[in-house]
Ligand binder design. Structure first.
Ligand code: COA
Ligand code: AMP
Length: 625
């Protein structure tokens, strides 16, 4: 086994050789002759002449290799009381049949399918069925409201939508079907077909001529074989928050994705065939795409798909119970989940009685992990706790610590060192790498490695503008951070208007658009303020139109309801305050960074461009700091 330094150096010395070797882990219909074409696409394309099928690599090849009887997926749902395991044989049979049902409804390579499902096995089955046909899935997280789903349907223009009658949140059943109907009503593009999973907790009515029962359609279908596609063809689109209300459609290709994810399983997570990975996230997020569905299956491992929460389903022992029950080898979740467990069970008493002897490591990502939480988890588990930093756009870790390369000493508060494939720098405003220890905008030297976004869905120019224009030759992560003299990268905050609430990436700009739409609001700003559980929560500051006088609590209630209705409960928008004015620069830009510091009770420098410095004290008084 080569160590981290040697592997990183080997990649630096010969990037194409490194990825050519990694590509051997994948079954190709046409193996890559060319590894990278710098002239194609927005910044070049990986494996430009190769062909493969991702579903074949995730399922069929393991069955062909004789591992059909091995568990591929354990579904565990404390919110319904159900659980079920699928062997590779069983998962393949379901996926091939659903692919057949999709094909019978006209879905072919390149067509889009929107998947709006809770954490049920059908979510993974639907993703893989699309991959089997070369169709492009776009999964939408269940906590988004109809308008957000509509925006994604309008942009992706799916021929077909796969959804469910309901999802289950602790204490309430969320009716998905009315949200889907409303979204299709709002979207200018209408899908031809909807396949609906009817769950026993809440049924729904099917719209004649458009909707069908998913399980009936699947049962009646003929299994469909894998359809090979170009490595550069899109596997999926995953929408993520941008700085405006319009989400960005991050595209993932088939070839680079399969190679990078397969490579990451051994290198980063130290997992291979027969290991069990439990990623407690949601298939609606990139973490779920990569490490609930694709990577564990590409590696021939077993994945756990968990429909529940870290606490409350039924208590803070839930994760330990799952780890013990399925002999989980590595677990992956967001720091917020660990904070939730720590809050309810600080001594880890609920761990007792759960046999965690198979568990080798805990991985954390999705938001900055505060050192006390990492230390608490490491102390309790007495196993490596590995923070790693990545984004929807990259699809896998930019930095981390590498079980397959021999772990280096962890430093809590840092997301580790760059993964082989990534050259990372902290740039100053002029695009120059900062000396060690100085804060800058974290950027990745182009080209991005395989697995990262080749572009945004039908928006090459938006991709260039959003990521590549600020620092020519670099991809701008929009995260600010520091790289120390030993190469450890610490990610501190976003440089844009994105906030991170319970590991969920949200746009304050989108929330501001909603608040600004209220008839009484003249101006507004939404900030992410510190929260001990969720990391950040949004706070709305609104200035009323002149002549409007209303009790603050009434207005706040309406604004909270409006954000929930337009963006969804996941925004966790629960607090709005009325202020007389907002601090601005002389050119009229709202000073959000200063406002955030005031709201967090931090010290701040008076910005030299401020229009009226007196307002800052006013803000301190109205924010109660
Ligand atoms: N469908 C419908 N509603 C959903 C939903 C879904 N799939 N997921 C979340 N929601 C709702 C929640 O019910 C909650 O509604 P409420 O305001 O009525 O209570 C709201 O969205 C906010 O959810 P969340 O931020 O998750 O808060 P919570 O209080 O329900 O749970 C934690 C707090 C910490 C337990 C939870 O956030 C958690 O498990 N986080 C892990 C983070 C994670 O997996 N991140 C993914 C990236 S790795
Ligand atoms: P998402 O695209 O939803 O995965 O969110 C990506 C963003 O979450 C990043 O740009 C960071 O701001 C933040 N993030 C993810 N992982 C980490 C981490 N390990 N440390 C710090 N921030 C993180």
């Amino acid at each position: 086994m080569q160590g981290y330094d040697a592997t990183y150096a080997a990649w630096r010395a010969d990037p194409e050789g490194y990825w050519r070797e990694a590509a051997r882990g994948i079954d190709w219909e046409r193996a890559p002759a060319a590894i990278f074409d710098p002239k194609a696409g927005v910044y070049g394309r990986w494996f430009p002449d190769a062909r493969l099928n991702t579903c074949h690599n995730a399922l069929d090849r393991h069955v062909a290799a004789g591992r059909g009887a091995q568990p591929a997926l354990h579904y565990d749902s404390p919110v319904t009381g159900r659980s079920r395991s699928f062997t590779y044989d069983e998962l393949l049979a379901r996926v091939a049949k659903l692919a057949g049902a999709l094909a019978a409804r006209g879905i072919a390579a390149g067509d889009r399918v929107v998947i709006y499902l809770p954490m049920v096995p059908e979510a993974a089955i639907a993703m893989l069925a699309c991959a089997r046909l070369g169709a492009v899935h776009s999964v939408v997280f269940g906590g988004f409201a109809a308008a957000e789903l509509a925006a994604r349907i309008a942009d992706a223009r799916p021929k077909l939508v796969i959804s469910a009658s309901c999802g289950i949140e602790p204490g309430r059943v969320v009716a998905y079907k009315p949200l889907l109907d409303a979204a299709i009503g709002l979207s200018p593009h209408k899908p031809d077909h909807c396949l609906i999973l009817r769950r026993p907790e809440l049924d729904c009515t099917l719209t004649p001529g458009r909707d069908e029962d998913l399980l009936e359609a699947e049962a009646a279908a003929t299994p469909h074989p894998c359809v090979p596609v170009a490595a550069t063809d899109p596997l999926y689109i995953l929408y993520t928050s941008g700085t405006t209300g319009k989400p960005k459609g991050v595209v993932r290709d088939n070839g680079g994705h399969a190679v990078a994810l397969h490579n990451s399983m051994r290198m980063l997570y130290g997992l291979g065939a027969g290991d069990v990975m439990f990623t407690a996230s949601d298939v609606g997020w990139v973490v779920g795409h990569s490490y609930i569905v694709y990577a564990p299956l590409l590696a021939g491992a077993t994945t756990v798909l968990y429909e529940g929460k870290p606490v409350g389903t039924p208590d803070a022992s839930a994760f330990w119970r799952v780890c013990a029950q399925y002999r989980v080898t590595a677990m992956f979740t967001a720091p917020t989940a660990m904070r939730a467990i720590k809050r309810e069970d600080p001594e880890g008493r609920l761990m007792a009685g759960h046999d965690l002897s198979a568990l080798q490591a805990l991985f954390l990502a999705g938001e900055r992990c505060d050192p006390p939480t990492a230390e608490w988890a490491a102390g309790l588990l007495r196993r490596p706790v590995i923070d790693h930093w990545w984004q929807t756009e990259t699809g896998w870790a930019i930095t981390g610590n590498f079980r397959g390369l021999g772990l280096f000493e962890p430093r809590f508060g840092s997301g580790g060192k760059p993964s082989p494939g990534y050259e990372v720098a902290a740039l100053d405003d002029a695009g120059q790498p900062q000396p060690p220890g100085e804060t800058g905008t974290l950027a990745i030297r182009l080209p991005m490695p395989p697995g990262c976004l080749p572009t945004l869905w039908q928006a090459d120019d938006r991709c260039r503008e959003a990521y590549l224009e600020a620092f020519p030759g670099w991809y701008n992560t929009s995260d600010a951070g520091v790289i120390d003299a030993d190469g450890y990268v610490s990610v501190m905050s976003r440089t844009d208007d994105i906030i991170n609430v319970a590991g969920h990436r949200l746009s304050t700009g989108a929330m501001e658009e909603v608040l600004a739409g209220h008839p009484d609001v003249a101006e507004c700003a939404v900030l992410g303020v510190k929260d001990s559980l969720k990391g950040q929560v949004p706070l709305g500051l609104v200035v009323l139109k002149s002549g409007v006088a209303r009790p603050e609590a009434d207005l706040a209630r309406e604004l909270v309801a409006l954000v929930r209705e337009r963006i969804g409960p996941v925004a966790a928008f629960k607090d709005a305050k009325v202020v007389t004015r907002l601090p601005k620069t002389r050119s009229g830009k709202i000073l959000r960074a200063t406002l955030r510091k005031i709201a967090d009770g931090e010290s701040y420098a008076v910005p030299p461009t401020i229009d009226d410095p007196a307002i800052l004290e006013e803000m301190q008084a109205s924010l109660g700091r």
